[in-house]
Ligand binder design. Structure first.
Ligand SMILES: Nc1nc2c(ncn2[C@@H]2O[C@H](COP(=O)(O)OP(=O)(O)OP(=O)(O)O)[C@@H](O)[C@H]2O)c(=O)[nH]1
Ligand SMILES: [Mg+2]
Length: 215
């Protein structure tokens, strides 16, 4: 599926990764000047983006890679999910030198259910999102975690989510770096749809972008 996508040229890229329906395409749209580039990519049905999309907007200094959702897809077999998972990892490894930041996006409305299902019922497994963050740390790329759809959450619910995420990160020995280096740098809580905290997210991406370019 992703094999048709061949990246040849050297160009800096911002990579968006996360389960289906978390809002990757909506976030990509926010970062693009030419909003038409995402036409048709934002869908109500989970799994609407089934292949890797590369957004190349001449007004943005980097390209944006919108990766296919790796889970929770309807009408998707386990084999296909595993294949997508492998393709995502292969792509990142292959394109590592071009990637200046990875955004790991989660759906704030669903994250508690996911933690419940994957973590608290069976303490030997961690949700795929955290598996990815851990893997990104190991390959020494910078990433941020973005909790989206906070417009649908009460303050108390968001606090609880942040508390639980903090706990799981501690359990898997991942620290939020808070400065510009490798690994998990920061956690953002946003609503891409209602444009809540998106300015903060954009400023941070710009900050990293500037750091990378001034050495
Ligand atoms: N309430 C709310 N809905 C959102 C937000 N961001 C995105 N959505 C909605 O969530 C749905 C999925 O958004 P997409 O941007 O298509 O998500 P995606 O991660 O690209 O999904 P796939 O391509 O299927 O993997 C759409 O109906 C969006 O309008 C948000 O901040 N709040
Ligand atoms: Mg999409």
């Amino acid at each position: 599926m992703l094999k048709s996508f061949k990246i040849k040229e050297n160009h800096p890229r911002l990579v968006l990764i996360g389960n289906s329906n978390v809002g990757k395409s909506t976030i990509a749209r926010y970062f693009l000047k030419n909003k038409k580039l995402t036409t048709g990519a934002i869908g109500k049905h989970a799994g609407s983006t089934v292949s890797l999309k590369l957004y190349d907007d001449p007004s943005v200094p980097y390209q944006i890679v919108d990766l296919p959702g790796f889970g929770a897809m309807t009408r998707t077999s386990k084999d296909l999910k595993d294949k997508i998972h492998t393709e995502i990892i292969n792509y990142i490894e292959r394109d590592k030198s071009n990637i200046f930041l990875i955004m790991v996006i989660v759906n704030g409305i669903r994250i508690m259910d996911e933690l419940e299902k994957w973590y608290y019922q069976d303490e030997t497994t961690i949700p795929l999102t955290f598996e990815f963050i851990s893997w990104i740390e190991n390959i020494q790329l910078p990433c941020i975690m973005v909790i989206n759809k906070i417009d649908r959450l009460k303050h108390k619910e968001l606090d609880q989510i942040l508390h639980e995420i903090d706990k799981i990160l501690t359990d898997i020995h991942i620290q939020v770096k808070g400065n510009i280096s490798k690994g998990l740098l920061k956690i953002f809580t946003v609503s891409a749809k209602k444009e809540m905290n998106m300015g903060k997210l954009q400023s941070f991406v710009e900050e990293i972008w500037n750091m990378m370019n001034t050495g």
